[in-house]
Design a binder for this molecule. Structure first.
Ligand code: CTP
Ligand code: MG
Length: 173
């Protein structure tokens, strides 16, 4: 097992992780939510259900991209391979949150309500889309991809259990 590959893969995907973690944290800040709006502005799709639902908001999307990009910009000063850049960080962050948004669109279409769990899709949506967007400037690295696909659901579970222990979450999943 090459441990360096794991570190490199995590380093690569970090802007997408940060982007994805930002909206749920923001949602706890009441003052910000006062002028937030759902991305579908409350509108329904032709099937009578919400396009994206209340859980996908403009501020979550935009500030998530900004936070992930700034984080990646800071990473770009480190002498660590793979080399992060402002543009790569922006692509990973915007890809991640776009994947999350597209996932919610399909979640509503199959009749799952906002916040209901959709195993595998809920964990991998943003990483798959982040990799797809990164292809504009970074050649596909299947080793990073495999590590991230395996590691993300594990990290997701661990952070959720910690959040539950600390009292932020009602359930440990
Ligand atoms: N969030 C947001 N804007 C986004 C993404 C997420 O404001 N673009 C916030 C919402 O408060 C959301 C929370 O982060 O409830 C958790 O995100 P997520 O699990 O992706 O949304 P869900 O509420 O579970 O909705 P869905 O069923 O559509 O996935
Ligand atoms: Mg959710």
């Amino acid at each position: 097992m090459d441990w360096l590959i794991i570190l490199q893969a995590v380093w690569f995907i970090l802007p997408a992780y940060i982007a994805n973690m930002t909206p749920p944290l923001l949602s706890k800040i009441k003052f910000i939510q006062g002028f937030n709006k759902p991305m579908d502005f409350g509108r329904n799709f032709s099937d009578g259900k919400r396009i994206f639902g209340e859980g996908k908001t403009w501020l979550g999307f935009i500030l998530g991209i900004i936070c992930g990009t700034i984080f990646g910009f800071a990473q770009s000063f480190a002498a660590f391979e793979p080399k992060m850049s402002l543009l790569l960080a922006f692509l990973l962050s915007s890809g991640g949150l776009t994947g999350d948004l597209v996932k919610s669109f399909f979640k509503r279409r199959v009749g799952l309500e906002r916040g209901k769990s959709w195993p595998v899709m809920d964990q991998l949506d943003f990483v798959v889309a982040a990799f797809a967007f990164s292809l504009f400037v970074f050649p596909f690295n299947w080793k990073y991809f495999l590590v991230v696909i395996v590691l993300t659901p594990i990290l997701h579970l661990v952070t959720n259990i910690i959040g539950w222990k600390l009292g932020f979450k009602k359930e440990p999943w």
